[in-house]
Design a protein around this ligand. Structure first.
Ligand SMILES: N[C@@H](CCC(=O)N[C@@H](CS)C(=O)NCC(=O)O)C(=O)O
Length: 429
């Protein structure tokens, strides 16, 4: 009797849409929404939710007496606290790998969930919120928060040096909760110069956040380029606290600019690559030849490349992914490479690249060929594209016929490539 009643209720839960009260751009709400994407549970955002208004109503306070979002409305009653909501969504579909496949995996997932809340999320908040004016800005308190966050990220980095995900070999609830918590840090305060100390955390974060189920909810995540300046005046009293706490990105944009920035728009500095002596090789001509050659590729495009190539004005580089043994899932590997090419957008005027995903079985090898303007890999690319550090870079010696042939084969997507099939080949042009 009890069994049939429970399973009936589970069927109802699985079929009806659960209602999530929150704005759509809240990283805490995202946890439940991403879990829903992975499990197929229907979760809908409450219509016309208005932060600071909807969460103050008696009906809302009935669901969550502290008046914070997110809150999940279920057929059996409301649930608040985002991690509890994500757990509920995950458990709505039984036999779910988001909770691992053994008791120890389950315990480790919960271990990382607690670590994520207390060591990562709390310290990001202690660093960020005073700078956004939501708490009093006290420099020694900030110093302590940053030190505690670095300690947590150091530990996370060590774990991720030999693990693709937090637990097991696929995404679990621990990754959903960790990456949502990290996302606000990466977006708003954890600049590249801060995160570069933790390369495995960087690789992990960008790999997971670029998964389709994460992108769908979090959108494109861009790393903060600067740290928000602390408020110059006293923070507003608690009752007048800005309402859109979950929208720090907007808030950052609205931060008053330092006086010298407001004074006069600085002329955009010229890219140093524009100051190089002119080269007879016109990159756009090569890209056009590459794109327009449909037949006889070796004779037309590859030969054309070597006729045009100017070793005084350009350099060629092979790159090899350092962590190929992590490339165990084809679409994750393809997304990783796709994300890298998107982030290379800033060098489009000065580069051409081919990225090969090699092998028909995992783990896949990721190997590439890049043509850069100038005799070095441009410094701004090394500084700004975190993926560069994930690859071993070796300059092509064009006096070595074997290396030249390898370049030709990479341009051509030659198959087999070094004895292996290609899973895919992506071009940056
Ligand atoms: N630990 C809570 C945090 C909830 C929280 O701080 N929510 C913020 C938005 S991200 C809020 O509702 N703030 C309104 C307020 O402080 O009144 C969770 O994970 O759900």
């Amino acid at each position: 009797m009890l069994t049939s009643c429970c399973s009936g209720s589970a069927v109802v839960r699985a079929a009806m849409a659960l209602i999530l009260h929150s704005t759509s751009n809240n990283k805490n709400a995202a946890k439940g929404l991403i879990a829903a994407e992975y499990t197929g549970v229907k979760v809908e955002l409450a219509k016309d939710f208005q932060m600071g208004v909807s969460n103050k109503t008696p009906e809302f306070l009935e669901m969550n007496p502290i008046g914070k979002v997110p809150v999940l409305q279920t057929p059996d009653g409301p649930v608040f606290e985002s991690n509890a909501i994500a757990r509920y969504v995950t458990k709505t579909k039984p036999d779910n790998l988001l909770f691992g496949s053994s008791l120890i995996e389950y315990a480790q997932i919960e271990q990382w969930n607690d670590f994520s809340a207390t060591e990562v999320d709390a310290n990001i908040a202690r660093w960020l919120y005073p700078r956004l004016g939501y708490a009093v800005y006290i420099p020694p308190a900030e110093e302590a928060a940053v030190a505690a966050l670095k300690r947590a990220l150091g530990a996370l980095n060590t774990h991720l040096a030999s693990n693709t995900y937090l637990v097991g070999h696929s995404i679990t609830l621990a990754d959903i909760i960790m990456v949502c918590n990290l996302s606000i840090g990466f977006r708003v305060i954890m600049t590249k110069s801060f995160t570069k100390e933790f390369p495995h955390v960087e690789r992990y974060f960008w790999t997971v956040v670029n998964q389709p189920n994460f992108c769908k909810i979090l959108g494109e995540v861009k790393q903060a380029e600067s740290i928000p300046a602390p408020p110059t005046k006293k923070p507003a009293p608690a009752t007048e606290k800005p309402k859109a706490k979950e929208e720090p990105k907007k808030e950052v944009k609205e931060e008053p600019k330092p006086a010298e920035e407001e004074a006069a728009p600085k002329p955009k500095p010229k890219n140093p690559l524009d100051l190089l002596p002119p080269s007879p090789m016109i990159l756009d001509d090569w890209k056009r030849l590459y794109s327009n050659t449909k037949t006889n590729f070796r004779e037309v495009a590859v030969k054309g490349f070597w006729d045009m190539y100017d070793p005084e004005g350009y350099s060629l580089w092979f790159c090899d992914y350092k962590y190929n043994d992590e490339n165990t899932v084809s679409f994750v590997t393809l997304n990783k490479v796709g994300g890298f090419l998107q982030r290379m957008d800033l060098v489009r005027k000065y580069a051409f690249g081919k990225m090969l995903i090699v092998g028909s079985e995992p783990p896949f090898k990721v190997q590439g060929l890049w043509l850069f303007r100038g005799k070095e890999i441009p410094k701004f690319v090394m500084d700004e594209v975190y993926d560069m550090e994930l690859y071993e870079w070796k300059q092509v010696d064009i006096n070595d016929e074997a290396q030249k042939e390898r370049v030709s084969q990479m341009i051509e997507d030659h198959e087999p490539f070094e004895g292996q099939a290609l899973l895919d080949a992506k071009c940056f042009k």
